[in-house]
Design a protein around this ligand. Structure first.
Ligand code: CA
Length: 657
C-alpha cells in the first residue's frame, strides 16, 4: 500500500519524550508470552513499566468467563512470568496490564501464535498437530539469486472467489491446494494455472491476522487487502474454513504452502510491521504503552504510514520483534520470502538484521520492500530503509517506481501516458529500469524522472514492475490513458509494457490476473471494494487466450535465458550495450558475449513505444526472431537476416543468435 516518496525529516527527535524508552531493559528469548507442553504452560510478558499484570485462562475463544486468573510476577529484563502446571492444550488466554494506576484492556499479547475468532484471545495448542503430511520434508524452491525469481502478487480472495474459478474453497488458503480446477470453457485455474504460467513465487497479500474482516460473520463476504495488522504471528481467520478453531487456520495455511512447494512454487508473505490497525487499542499499546511507536514532540502518534501511527524499529525490543517474527514464519511456515510494506519506516540496521538472519535459516529466502514512506517520520532520512539507501542494505531489494511510472505513465495521474503508450521523454528512465538502477556508462541519471543517481549497487536490489494491488491495474490504467483506443490496442500496450519489465535486469513482478487482462472496473484503491471489483473473472482466460500465451512465453524466455538475469552491476555495464541515436520513443540494446553464461551469443532487444511502425538497423546475420509485432515465442517465431528492419507499432522486436 501507499506510494508516496517523502524525504523531509524532523529535527526534534532528541527532544522527544521517546528517548526514555532507550533505557528500557529488553528481552528477546524465544519463550516470550507462551511456552507450553502437555505438562505445563509457562507465560512471560515483556512490559517494563507495568505495575501489575494479570493472566486469564478461558475455556473457549469468546463468550465465556475466565476459568482461572493469576497475578504474574515481576521477572528478568522487563518481563512478568507465571507458570501453570497441567495440560492446557485447547484453552485460551489473555493478559491485562496495570499502567499508571489504570488497568488496560485485555490483550492476547504481541506474540500470540494461535488465536480464536477475531484474534481477541490467544490459544494454547500443540503445534505438531498442525503439520500436514510430509511437512518435515517440505522445502520451497532453491534459488541462487532473487533475479531468478518471477513474482506473482495475489490476494486469496481475488484469485479464487469468482464462480468462474471452479474452485470449491473460494477465498480460502485451501483454494491453492485444489488440483484440476478450471473455468467453464475448460482452461485451468488455481494452482494449475500458476504452473502453466510458469511463475516461480507467489506473493500473498497480508495473511497474518488482520483487523477489518469480521471472522464471526463470514457469510457477509467482507473484503479487505489486510494492511491493518492485529496479530502478527498468527494467520488470518477469514481465509480459513473455521476461524474459531485455532489449529485450523494454521494447518490450512501450511497445506497451501505445501501444495505450492510441491508445485515448485515459493511463497512470499507481505508483512506490515510499519503500523498497526489501532493506536491505543493495539496489542503493542496494551502490553507496553508507548514503547513500540514513534511520537511527535507533543506526544501524539507520528504517522509515516498514513494509517494513524508508525512503529519504532530503531528501538531494540521492536527491532527484535520484527526479526524474530519473520524468523518464526520462515521456520514454522516455511515462507520463502518477505515483502515489507512501507519499508522506509524501518531503519536500515533492522532490515539488514532481517536479511542476515533469514539467510541463516534458508539461503534461498529473499527480502524486498517499498523503499518509501507515506508521510514524514522522526527517523532521520539517512537511517530509513529508503530505495535511495538500498546500497547500504546488502540482500534487500526495493520496488522501482522509476520503471513503473516511465513505462505506463505516472501512477497518480490516470490520464498520464508513458513510454509504452507513446509519450516521449521517458526513454532515459526506462533505461534506468533496464539496467536495474545500477551505474551504467550509457545511462544519464540526471535525465531520470524519479531518481537522479544509480541507487542500486546490484541488480539483485531491484524489483521491476508496472502494476501491483495498489493504484489502477494495468488494464484500467491503459483504458484511462488511451481514450478512444480499441481493446486490441490496449492489450498490445500491456504486452510491450510487460516485455520491458520481464527482459530488464533485476527481478520481475506482476499482479495476479494481468496475464488474462483482468481489470478492477477503474477503482484504484480497492482495499475494501466488494468481490465484484476485486475478483478475477476466469472466463477472461478464454477470451484473452492470446494474452495469456504471450505472458507464458515471456516468462519462459526469461527463465531459459540468464542474460536477462545478470547478478552484478559490472556484468551489466560490460554485457548490456545501448544503441546510440535511436529515434524518439525507441530503445534498442544488445546483450552481448553470452551474457551471464547465456547459450545465445547475442540478443538484440528493441522497444517501439510509438503508435506507428519504426525502422531500425540491425547487424546483418542469421537471427532467430523471438518477439515481433505483438507476438513472442521463446524458441523462435522465425528467421531474419538483419539490416534495415521494421518494428511494428507499440511492440518489441527481440532477435537472438
Ligand atoms: Ca482477523
Amino acid at each position: 500500500m501507499c506510494v508516496v516518496s517523502m524525504l523531509g525529516s524532523w529535527s526534534a527527535i532528541a527532544e522527544n519524550n521517546d528517548s526514555r524508552f532507550d533505557s528500557f531493559p529488553t528481552y528477546s528469548g524465544s519463550d516470550l508470552e507462551l511456552d507450553a507442553n502437555a505438562q505445563r504452560a509457562n507465560f512471560r510478558l515483556w512490559s517494563p513499566e507495568a505495575e501489575a499484570v494479570k493472566l486469564s485462562i478461558y475455556p473457549t475463544d469468546r463468550n465465556s468467563a475466565a476459568i482461572e486468573t493469576v497475578e504474574m510476577k515481576r521477572s528478568t529484563d522487563g518481563t512478568w512470568s507465571a507458570s501453570l502446571p497441567g495440560n492446557y492444550y485447547g484453552k485460551f488466554y489473555t493478559f491485562r496490564v496495570k499502567h499508571n494506576g489504570k488497568w488496560l484492556d485485555e490483550t492476547p499479547g504481541v506474540w500470540a501464535k494461535a488465536v480464536g475468532t477475531n484474534g481477541h484471545r490467544a490459544a494454547i495448542i500443540d503445534f505438531s498437530s498442525t503439520n500436514p503430511e510430509g511437512w518435515a520434508e517440505d522445502r520451497g524452491p532453491a534459488i541462487e539469486n532473487i533475479t531468478d525469481a518471477v513474482i506473482y502478487e495475489m490476494h486469496h480472495r481475488d484469485f479464487s472467489v469468482d464462480p468462474s474459478s471452479g474452485i470449491v474453497n473460494k477465498g480460502k488458503f485451501l483454494a491453492l491446494t485444489e488440483q484440476g480446477t478450471h473455468n467453464l470453457t475448460g482452461e485451468s485455474t488455481g494452482i494449475d494455472h500458476l504452473k502453466e504460467l510458469g511463475v516461480t513465487h507467489v506473493h500473498i497479500l497480508p495473511s497474518y491476522d488482520y483487523n477489518s474482516v469480521d471472522e464471526a460473520n463470514l457469510p457477509a463476504n467482507q473484503y479487505n487487502w489486510g494492511y491493518d495488522p492485529y496479530n502478527y504471528n498468527a494467520p488470518e481467520g477469514s481465509y480459513s474454513t473455521n476461524p474459531s478453531a485455532p489449529d485450523v487456520r494454521i494447518r490450512e495455511m501450511k497445506e497451501m504452502i505445501k501444495a505450492l512447494h510441491d508445485a515448485g512454487i515459493g511463497v512470499v508473505m507481505d508483512v506490515v510491521y510499519n503500523h498497526t490497525a489501532d493506536n491505543d487499542g493495539s496489542n503493542f499499546s496494551l502490553t507496553a504503552p508507548g514503547y513500540y511507536y514513534r511520537h511527535r514532540p507533543d506526544g501524539s502518534y507520528s504517522d509515516a504510514s498514513g494509517c494513524g501511527n508508525e512503529t519504532a524499529s530503531e528501538r531494540q525490543q521492536m527491532s527484535d520483534f520484527i526479526v524474530n517474527s519473520v524468523k518464526y514464519w520462515a521456520d514454522e511456515y516455511h515462507i520463502d520470502g518477505f515483502r515489507f510494506d512501507l519499508m522506509a519506516i524501518h531503519d536500515t540496521e533492522t532490515m539488514n538484521r532481517v536479511a542476515e538472519e533469514l539467510k541463516k535459516i534458508n539461503p534461498s529466502i529473499f527480502v524486498y520492500g517499498e523503499g518509501w514512506t507515506a508521510g514524514d517520520s522522526p527517523l532521520p532520512v539517512e537511517r530509513r530503509a529508503l530505495k535511495e539507501n538500498v546500497a547500504k542494505m546488502d540482500g534487500i531489494a526495493v520496488f522501482s517506481d522509476d520503471i513503473r511510472d516511465a513505462v505506463k505513465g505516472h501512477y497518480s495521474d490516470a490520464a498520464d501516458r508513458g513510454f509504452a503508450t507513446g509519450k516521449p521523454g521517458n526513454e532515459e528512465t526506462v533505461k534506468i529500469g533496464i539496467v536495474a538502477s545500477t551505474a551504467h556508462p550509457q545511462v544519464d541519471y540526471s535525465k531520470g524522472n524519479n531518481s537522479k543517481f544509480p541507487y542500486a549497487s546490484s541488480p539483485t536490489q531491484i524489483i521491476n514492475y508496472v502494476s501491483c494491488h495498489d493504484d489502477l491495474t494495468l488494464t484500467d490504467k491503459l483504458a484511462k490513458s488511451m481514450p478512444g483506443s480499441t481493446e486490441a490496442e490496449r492489450q498490445r500496450a500491456a504486452r510491450l509494457a510487460q516485455t520491458i519489465v520481464f527482459t530488464s535486469q533485476g527481478t520481475p513482478f506482476m499482479f495476479a490476473g494481468e496475464e488474462v487482462f483482468r481489470d478492477k472496473k477503474g477503482v484504484h484503491n480497492s482495499y475494501k471494494s466488494p468481490d465484484s471489483i476485486n475478483a478475477i473473472d476466469w472466463s477472461l482466460k478464454h477470451d484473452n487466450a492470446e494474452q495469456f500465451n504471450f505472458y507464458r512465453e515471456l516468462i519462459k524466455l526469461r527463465k531459459e535465458h540468464p542474460a536477462f538475469r545478470m547478478t552484478s552491476a559490472e556484468q551489466i555495464a560490460k554485457h548490456l550495450v545501448f544503441d546510440k541515436n535511436t529515434d524518439e520513443n525507441v530503445i534498442s540494446y544488445t546483450l552481448r558475449d553470452h551474457a551471464n553464461g547465456d547459450s545465445w551469443k547475442e540478443i538484440k532487444v528493441i522497444f517501439n513505444g510509438n503508435p506507428k511502425a519504426m525502422e531500425v538497423k540491425v547487424p546483418k546475420g542469421n537471427w532467430t526472431v523471438i518477439a515481433d509485432d505483438g507476438k513472442i515465442k521463446a524458441d523462435g517465431l522465425g528467421k531474419a537476416k538483419g539490416g534495415k528492419m521494421t518494428v511494428a507499432p507499440t511492440s518489441a522486436l527481440i532477435l537472438a543468435r
